[in-house]
Every structure is written in C-alpha cells, then in structure tokens.
Write a protein that binds this ligand. Structure first.
Ligand code: NAI
Length: 336
C-alpha cells in the first residue's frame, strides 16, 4: 500500500521505517515535511493512504482535495482528532484510523514534569546556576504532599496522572462525565463537579479532549472560581483555555503558575524552528514573558516508548485497511 506521511520529522521516519521493515510485506512509504493544507493536499495525489499529525489541517476542503487525488484512508498518528472534520471525512467516503492509546504515561509524566518544574522553579534555577548564581531567593516552592489536585478528564492520561499524584500523597478530586476508574476510587480519589473542583484545588490539570463542549472550559468565569495562586497545567489541547483570560489572571496574580504543552494557535508555530524569525503571535509572546509560566512545544507524547507504539499502531491500522479488517478495529473513527 502506498502511504504519504505529512509533517514528517526525522523521528517519524526513523520509527515508521523501523516498524515497516519489521513487516513481512512492507508498505511503500514516502515522507514530506510539509504540513497538510489546501496548498499541499496535491502532494498526496496517487496515494491511497495519508498519515497526518495534530497540526495538519483536515477540513472539508482539504478532505475533498485528498479524495479527488485518490486518497481513501486517513491515518492519524495521534490520539486526539479535533483537527479532523469527521462528518466531512465520512461524506467523502474516507476511512479513518488513529492511535488512541500509545503511552498515557508519557503525557501524564510530562504534566508532572511541568508541575514540578514550576513549583520548584527548575527553569529559573537552571539558568541561575549556569551563571554561578546560587542564591535561593525567589525559588521557594510548596510541598505537593497533602495538597488538593483537581483532574479534569480521567480517561487514559488523566487516570495515569491522578495515580501519580496519589503516589505523591495528594488529595485527588476528579471531574469526568463518566464513572471513575475503580482503582482510583479505591486509592482515595473522589468524583466532583467542575465548580467544586475549581474551588477546592491547589493544582488543576486538564486531560479532557477538545470538543465544542470543552472549548474554553477554562474561561474568565472558571478562573474566578479557582483558589488564588492555583497552579494550572494543560497538556491536552490549547483550545481548552481562553488564553487571553489566562493572561489576565496571571497579571492579576490569581494564577500562581501555568504549565502548557499545548496552545490555541500552535499549528502556526509548534514543531518548527522560528528562532531566527519574528514571531507575530503577541498572545504567546506575552505568555513567554512571565517568570511563572513554562511552555513546551507539544512534547508530552515524545518518548521512545510512545513513538514506537505510534509507528507500530499506525502501520497496523494500514495493514487492517489493506486486508479489509479496519471496520473491526477499535482504532477506527468515528467512535461508536
Ligand atoms: P480518553 O478518551 O482516554 O479520556 C478523555 C476523558 O475525558 C474521558 O474519560 C472523557 O469522559 C473525559 N471528558 C470528556 N468530556 C469531558 C468534560 N467536559 N469534562 C471532563 N472530562 C471530560 O483520552 P486520553 O487518551 O486520556 O487523552 C486525553 C487528551 O490528551 C486527548 O484528547 C488529547 O487532546 C490530549 N493528548 C495530548 C498529548 C500531548 O502530547 N500533549 C498526546 C496525547 C493526547
């Protein structure tokens, strides 16, 4: 099967080639570092399958162009699918598969890394000690032990994050429309409403998907309900936060610290090197000026284990499509 991989970086090629060469019948894979958009969709002409990542554009126009070029299968090498117009893809007769669970631990551990970096000011200590400045002023943190951690969304990643926080000796409260995993309840986690979680938590971490219902779930009103000095972590999707409202809360001192791995307008910036150009996104640039904000460029998934699983599952989805088995796969979209 001919596959074109969009937004391909060196690590994508490495892990996909490794998984492909291990197959008895390898696929014919080509790579382009171009992001998928209306301007680049023509590159896929003649490829029955295309593979895309989180910031590729998959709107109705792009999907129609792909279909005209002969594409019939979309392979998302990610868990989230908010970038895809699913009804438009179905209308075009495209089949869709994703990688729903490659390593929830990778993202959960990255959320913890952001939390610890912010709380113990590691990002500032790193710069200080490199300048032989060993003062501690301004680096005071707080014990996580005994603090209340609110988790919004306890699916695979949120549950892994909640489990780690329970191990730190935190009180963990969770908001999720679905029943909570029994093991978390047995370990002392509690289910709560969103307003109660906002009011009670010293730390809040977002792990729900971006949908119309969760867009800007953290807005000015939600921020006003939080404890003053709250630490807010978002490794899920940028659109969950109203970034301008968050900046206002940082300026007012209501947010004590903010850790982001995702950003509302990230598709213009993330995964590429802009260090030699003028970045015109004033909202992100303002965020980067705060001493109590750490931003990483959507690297929560970026571990060896996750990359290997993403590559293997993506090619297994392609195998399933080639053998007519994709309809039976739990990785196919839409969900039902
Ligand atoms: P999942 O589908 O296992 O869990 C999502 C949970 O959110 C479900 O339990 C669901 O009931 C809950 N939820 C849905 N609506 C909600 C609402 N309004 N309030 C509270 N909870 C709600 O998904 P998984 O694998 O845990 O991934 C979560 C998100 O993490 C993905 O949607 C994606 O956006 C993000 N992600 C980020 C990565 C990164 O590299 N930073 C990598 C992978 C995923």
């Amino acid at each position: 099967m001919r596959l074109l991989v969009f937004s391909a970086r060196d690590y994508d090629r490495r892990y996909l080639d490794l998984a492909n060469h291990a197959r008895s019948q390898p696929h014919a894979i080509d790579y382009t570092d171009a992001h998928l958009s209306a301007d680049t969709a023509a590159l896929a002409a003649g490829y029955e399958a295309v593979c895309v990542f989180v910031n590729d554009r998959l709107d109705a126009d792009v999907l129609a162009r792909l279909h005209r070029g002969g594409t019939r299968l979309l392979l998302l090498r990610c868990a989230g699918f908010n970038q895809l117009d699913v009804p438009a893809a179905i209308a075009q007769g495209l089949q869709i598969a994703r990688v729903p669970a490659y390593s929830p631990h990778a993202v959960a551990e990255h959320a913890v890394a952001l939390l610890l970096s912010l709380n113990r000011h590691l990002h500032r200590a790193f710069n200080r000690t490199r300048e032989n400045d060993f003062r501690l002023d301004g680096l005071e943190g707080f014990d996580l032990y005994g603090k209340t951690v609110g988790v919004i969304g306890a699916g695979r990643i949120g549950a892994a994050f909640a489990g780690i926080m329970l191990g730190f000796g935190c009180r963990v409260c969770i908001h999720d429309p679905l029943p909570l995993p029994a093991d978390l309840l047995a370990r002392g986690a509690t289910a709560t409403t969103l307003p109660d979680l906002l009011a009670a938590s010293d730390v809040i971490s977002l792990h729900c998907p971006l949908t119309p219902a969760t867009h800007h779930v953290i807005d000015r009103r939600a921020l006003s309900q939080m404890r003053a000095g709250v630490t807010l972590i978002n490794t899920s999707r940028g659109g969950l936060l109203d970034t301008r409202a968050v900046i206002a809360a940082l300026k007012a001192g209501r947010i004590g610290a903010l850790g982001l791995d995702v950003y509302e307008q990230e598709e213009q910036l993330f995964f590429d090197d802009h260090s030699s150009s003028v970045v015109t996104d004033d909202v992100l640039q303002r965020l980067l000026t705060f001493p109590n904000v750490v931003v990483t460029g959507h690297q929560g998934f970026f571990t060896r284990e996750a990359l290997a699983t993403i590559a293997e599952t993506t090619l297994r989805n392609l195998d399933d499509y080639a053998s007519g088995q994709l309809a039976l796969s739990p990785n196919r979209l839409p969900l039902n």
